[in-house]
Write a protein that binds this ligand. Structure first.
Ligand code: GLC
Length: 391
């Protein structure tokens, strides 16, 4: 196909910190056919995502938004006054971004985060450019200030199309007329050997991988660890990840709780890992402990394709990923925010390695079939094409 008919996509991201949405974007762009789509990414700050994209051969520009890019989603729109003040502070940036959009005139503007869309969707509309907003967050009051929920839903309605990462996220945009579900996918390089070939560590290591945040439930994990240790004192626990987006206070709280419960020696904090796959390989069991419904939960799929058995909390995308026929479980699903139930599931999985292996084998096969990145790319590029055509 001739180069000239390639659709020109401008992806927007407000941060270059490697969170879930950013990793999902990097993997997506690796899978998009470069003969049909020319994707540029414009980030509102510099950082590891910019490097990761460039490594993959994807052009990146940085237009700095400053400290507003780092503000937590709760701080930005907690009160009407905060919202107005932040909108006003964003104005000069909006002017610069508008200039960039006018200069580049992409066929589709593609914001990949909440903040990128809140700024990018209205601007693109103003300039008459089709915009496809990819939402990785549940737009719901258990996750965002109510005012933000209303604002995001309103802005989302003016986008040519919205892509979400799960049915659970879709359900938080009730009545939205142009919604497609594209679960994030894994790249081939992420897949490990089949579960049966793994040698789990001894003594067992139970890990939670992800940024440290109240939405990821490290506190519940530490409390469950203390319960498991009463019964199985040789088990080791690992919290892999660092605090991002203003969650440092919560990280301190998690540390303090481990000490308070007297399990400081059994719970290791590794900090950020640049290689989640090998961190997962070192685990006997992977725990996902989000107390509020997870929008998707990429780490669950990552554990599945490394052959690591999973204990996850029900709700949101986690329930969708772990969905199975009765008797053919893909792991353990426990109620959210319940450290006792979590501890019971962890103990159960550790006490029955054959059962854990059988579940991990089913999970491996299921994830390989359902979540390859090519599927994600098919959906997203289809939406881009539709939006460009409707121009
Ligand atoms: C966000 C969500 C997470 C999801 C990821 C990719 O980080 O919190 O649940 O897996 O985006 O869509």
């Amino acid at each position: 196909m001739a180069r000239s008919v390639r659709l020109r996509i401008l992806a927007l991201g407000h941060t270059a910190t490697l969170g879930g949405a950013e990793l999902a974007l990097a993997r997506l762009l690796d899978a998009v056919d470069p003969d049909r789509f020319e994707v540029r990414t414009l980030l509102f700050g510099d950082g590891p995502l910019a490097a990761r994209l460039r490594e993959g051969g994807h052009p990146v520009d940085v237009l700095a938004l400053g400290d507003l890019a780092a503000a937590g989603r709760h701080a930005v729109g907690r009160t009407p006054l905060a919202l107005v003040r932040n909108a006003a502070r964003t104005l000069p940036f909006g002017v610069r971004l508008g200039r960039e959009l006018r200069r580049l005139r992409p066929d589709v503007v593609y914001p990949n985060t909440l903040k990128a869309g809140l700024i990018g969707v209205p601007l693109a509309r103003l300039l008459g450019l089709p915009v496809v907003w990819h939402l990785h967050d549940r737009i719901s009051p258990d996750y965002l200030p109510p005012l933000m929920v209303r604002l995001i839903r309103f802005v989302a309605r003016s986008a040519a199309a919205v892509v979400v990462n799960s049915d659970a996220t879709a359900a938080t945009l009730p009545g939205h007329p142009r919604l497609d579900v594209a679960p994030p996918g894994f790249g081939r390089d992420q897949v490990g050997p089949p579960p049966g070939t793994r040698v789990p560590p001894c003594p067992p290591v139970v890990g939670l991988l992800g940024r440290i945040s109240p939405t990821k439930g490290q506190l519940v994990f530490v409390r469950a660890a203390a319960r498991v240790l009463q019964r199985q004192p040789d088990v080791r626990f690992r919290i892999i990840g660092s605090a991002m987006f203003g969650a440092e206070r919560y990280a301190d709280e998690v540390h303090a709780e481990a000490l308070r419960l007297g399990v400081g020696d059994a719970v290791e904090f590794t900090g950020f890992t640049p290689s989640p796959a090998s961190a997962l390989d070192d685990l006997t069991l992977c725990v996902h402990a989000s107390p509020t419904p997870e929008p998707f939960g990429q780490v669950i799929v990552e554990a599945m394709i490394r052959g690591v058995p999973v204990v996850a909390t029900a709700g949101g995308g986690a329930t969708e990923i772990m969905r199975s026929a009765p008797g053919a479980e893909l792991g353990w699903l426990v109620p959210p925010g319940d450290d006792e139930a979590l501890a019971t599931a962890i103990s159960d999985a550790l006490a029955h390695p054959d059962m854990a292996l059988a579940r991990a084998e089913r999970a491996y096969a299921s994830a390989l079939e359902r979540f390859p990145i090519e599927r994600t790319a098919d959906v997203v590029t289809g939406v881009w094409r539709r939006a460009a055509r409707a121009r």
